[in-house]
Ligand binder design. Structure first.
Ligand SMILES: [Zn+2]
Length: 346
């Protein structure tokens, strides 16, 4: 095994040549690290002013930052799309050149309104991963609700009695933090009913918010995006953390939502992006899913040594303001060091 194989996790993807490395060092390093010439990236929204329902979860790119990310990535990768990536993973034409797949999770309206004009100019056809329950603004993602409540709690006066009521409610659910605004962000998917209790205390009207703000894309808007080459995949029904689900719930969440998305948007929509991460899920699950109609799956963890080509990992740049270049290089160094450590350990 060569040093490059050790760093990459070994035996992943097609054999790379030194000429590749000389021509495009970053693209070649990513190919080694991810075991694929495709660098898949995931965003949620692009906006100048971060709305309250996203503010306490992650830091979306501004249009300027998003443009700069893409300008950098397109210097090293050529744009590809989901059908091409899925086709290659299923044994179709091989992708040979370093390629970029842009994806968005959760079906936020900022994708159509802010990100798409930028993507169009760059010739990028992204893939959108949608939650069936959020589509058409029917229900509010519990994390978005938590962020809205955290924002309201952070604006309450110190002496406001509602702070203590909310803190006690959160403590009952085990979501303890220095202040209730931080505590509300600790509420897990299993405890999400607690958010409705907090919403009642704070007189937050969930249905009114959905009707007024319309944070999610509608089916008609998605149909328009598909007409210009945007791909669609499933992100589950209501965004649970799969590590908290039973094997049966996990399988139903994936295959059921893929079937639902296919029914709405066509048979080609057979991929699934795991909410949060696919890290720590049983290896056997993936074989079962691929045998049950799921084309490919996406996670956000570091690629496993010898993992199936249909299990693709993505990198997220919304953890902070650092540009894609800086985050990507840091990730490659950290992942390569991890692979080296695991190889030396055994
Ligand atoms: Zn998500």
């Amino acid at each position: 095994m060569s040093v490059a194989d050790v760093i990459s996790g070994g035996g992943l993807g097609r054999r790379l040549r030194w000429t590749d490395a000389l021509r495009n060092p970053l693209g070649t390093a990513c190919h080694h690290a991810y075991g694929s010439p495709v660098l898949a990236v995931v965003y949620h929204a692009v906006c100048d002013t971060v709305p309250d329902h996203l503010k306490h979860i992650y830091r979306p790119r501004t249009p300027k930052e998003f443009t700069e990310d893409l300008d950098f990535l397109l210097k090293h990768f050529e744009p590809t799309d989901l059908p091409t990536v899925t086709g290659a993973a299923l044994g179709g034409p091989e992708i040979r050149r370093p390629s970029l797949l842009v994806t968005f999770d959760d079906g936020m309206r900022e994708v159509a309104e802010v990100a798409m004009p930028i993507l169009r100019r760059k010739g990028i056809r992204p893939a959108l991963y949608l939650n069936l329950n959020f589509l058409d603004n029917r229900t509010l993602f519990y994390r978005h609700k938590a962020s809205l409540l955290a924002e309201r709690l952070s604006r309450l006066a110190e002496a406001d009695p509602r702070r203590a009521v909310c803190a006690a409610t959160l403590a009952r659910a085990g979501a303890v933090a220095a202040d209730p605004a931080a505590g509300v962000m600790k509420v897990s998917w299993h405890q999400r009913a607690v958010l409705d209790e907090i919403a009642t205390v704070l007189e937050f009207d969930t249905a009114g918010f959905l009707a007024d703000e319309k944070p999610y894309l509608t089916r008609d808007e998605i149909a328009d995006l598909m007409a210009e080459g945007v791909s669609i995949g499933a992100h589950g029904f209501d965004h649970p953390n799969h590590r908290l689900l039973t094997p049966e719930q996990r399988k139903e969440e994936v295959t059921g939502s893929v079937a639902g998305i296919r029914e709405l948007f066509g048979p080609g929509c057979g991929s699934f992006a795991f909410p949060y991460s696919d890290e720590g899920l049983p290896e056997a699950l993936f074989g079962e899913l691929y045998g049950d109609g799921v084309d490919v799956t996406f996670g956000t963890s570091w690629p496993r040594r010898g993992g199936p080509q249909r299990r693709i990992q993505r990198i997220c740049f919304e953890n902070g303001p650092a540009p894609a270049k800086q985050q990507l290089v840091k990730r490659l160094l950290r992942g390569g060091a991890g692979n080296m450590k695991r190889a030396l350990a055994g």
